[in-house]
Design a binder for this molecule. Structure first.
Ligand SMILES: *Cc1c(COP(=O)(O)O)cnc(C)c1O
Length: 393
């Protein structure tokens, strides 16, 4: 057998290509995070100076405690914790609030990990359908709550909604949904996996009881990493400390938080997240320029005859779903490489991240590309279209 190490290729996509992969764009590390990973890569590296009361978020060297305070402030919540991915944030909240048979309101575009968090707790998801504009709004949410009440005799225990969904990158009416949640006195989790860390987010202004973000999706951090935050009102419930006592030894573990399994994101992932934080803080201020760039791109993209954009227009997010059934897919039907002709052509122009072989509906994300790269990307699409005789207006 060959030693496996030889099969681990050097990964240089970000160095050698323009990467428009839908989920990779905003998780790309900063140089500071890369350095932190090397330096703190050893297992329990963050525990060098862990002192009583022995909890990750209390460590002051490196300043993990200050980071938690600043992070909560940055996202407009009272308390924040780091977790291994947004999904572990959903899990912490759902398992604190939901019991067997309870209903949880989610979006018809909810991420699978929201389903799993509810399933793990023994709950049942109830989806709010999209309105004709492919948006989830307060109205539909209220209607669904009434339906659930009518059907099960009980109100849902939690409302969990995506700020921007992963399928279209559409913005959903978080304010409207939060208002409905308040009217019905149902706690509300805002899933900001695609927004926290790329645009300014203030949880309390959004009306969220819980705010969840993803480090590896939108916070220039390694996987797994994420954020779960809440208000004073809910902190004691979701961040409750252990009450367990050993029956033989009488041991107790004081301030260890049950849902966090005591300590959560140990070692280099957390330190890398902290190392990226100053840049993340700055970059959210430039979100409007990211939106300008994607809108420039889609406007040019639509000049290719047969191209469509499936996401809402104008774009409010850099994650965008497009349809090239009427253009590049027509070429794929008779090309000997089928749909791969398109990824081949892109790759020749040093562009990667589209789903290999996909020429009908696919997603791209332009987050973090410079104007030069955006213009280059645009030209590349026009160039491929012209090469295959597709009209470009
Ligand atoms: C990516 C994504 C998630 C999962 O985030 P992780 O940090 O990988 O757990 C959840 N919800 C939405 C809407 C997402 O786009």
């Amino acid at each position: 057998m060959r030693p496996m190490i030889e099969d681990i290729e050097v990964r240089a996509r970000e160095e050698l290509f323009i990467n428009i992969h839908p989920i990779q764009a905003a998780g790309r590390l900063t140089p500071e995070a890369m350095k932190a990973i090397i330096s703190y890569g050893d297992g329990y590296s963050t525990c060098d100076r862990c002192r009583k009361p022995f909890r990750l978020d209390k460590i002051s060297r490196p300043p993990i405690n200050d980071f938690h305070v600043e992070l909560a402030e940055f996202i407009g919540m009272d308390h924040a914790r780091v977790v291994p991915g947004a999904r572990r944030g959903f899990q912490a909240v759902v398992s604190s609030l939901v019991e067997k048979g309870d209903s949880v309101i989610v979006s018809a575009l909810a991420h699978y990990s929201e389903f799993l968090a509810v399933e793990a707790a023994g709950g049942v998801v109830k989806e709010v359908p999209l309105n004709p504009d492919s948006i989830i709004a307060g109205e539909g949410t209220a209607q669904k709550i009434e339906e659930v009440k009518h059907e099960t005799g009980r109100f849902p225990k939690l409302i969990m909604m995506d700020h921007f969904d992963y399928l279209f990158g559409n913005e959903h009416d978080i304010h409207g949904i939060a208002k409905v949640a308040k009217d019905y006195a149902i706690p509300f989790l805002a899933n900001c996996a695609y927004s926290l860390g790329v645009m300014p987010i203030n949880g309390k202004e959004l009306g969220a009881d819980f705010l969840v973000g993803s480090g590896h999706k939108s916070f220039a951090s390694p996987a797994p990493s994420g954020i779960v935050a809440t208000t004073d009102e809910w902190a004691d419930k979701v961040f409750r400390t252990t009450k367990m006592v050993g029956d033989v030894t009488g041991r107790r573990f004081g301030i260890k938080e049950v849902e966090m399994m005591g300590c959560t994101l140990m070692g280099s992932n957390l330190i890398a997240m902290m190392a990226s934080f100053p840049r993340v803080r700055e970059r959210v201020k430039k979100w409007s320029e990211e939106v300008e760039k994607i809108n420039y791109f889609v406007d040019e993209f639509l000049k290719i005859e047969g191209n469509k954009v499936i996401s809402e227009m104008p774009r409010k997010h850099t994650l965008t779903k497009v349809d090239t059934t009427g253009s590049f897919d027509k070429i794929a039907r008779t090309h000997k490489r089928r749909g791969f002709f398109f990824s081949d052509e892109l790759k020749k122009r040093r562009i990667v991240g589209g789903f290999a072989g996909a020429t009908r509906q696919w997603k791209l994300n332009t987050y973090g590309l410079s104007w030069d790269q955006i213009r280059y990307l645009t030209c590349a699409f026009h160039d491929i279209a012209s090469k295959y005789g597709i009209n470009v207006a």
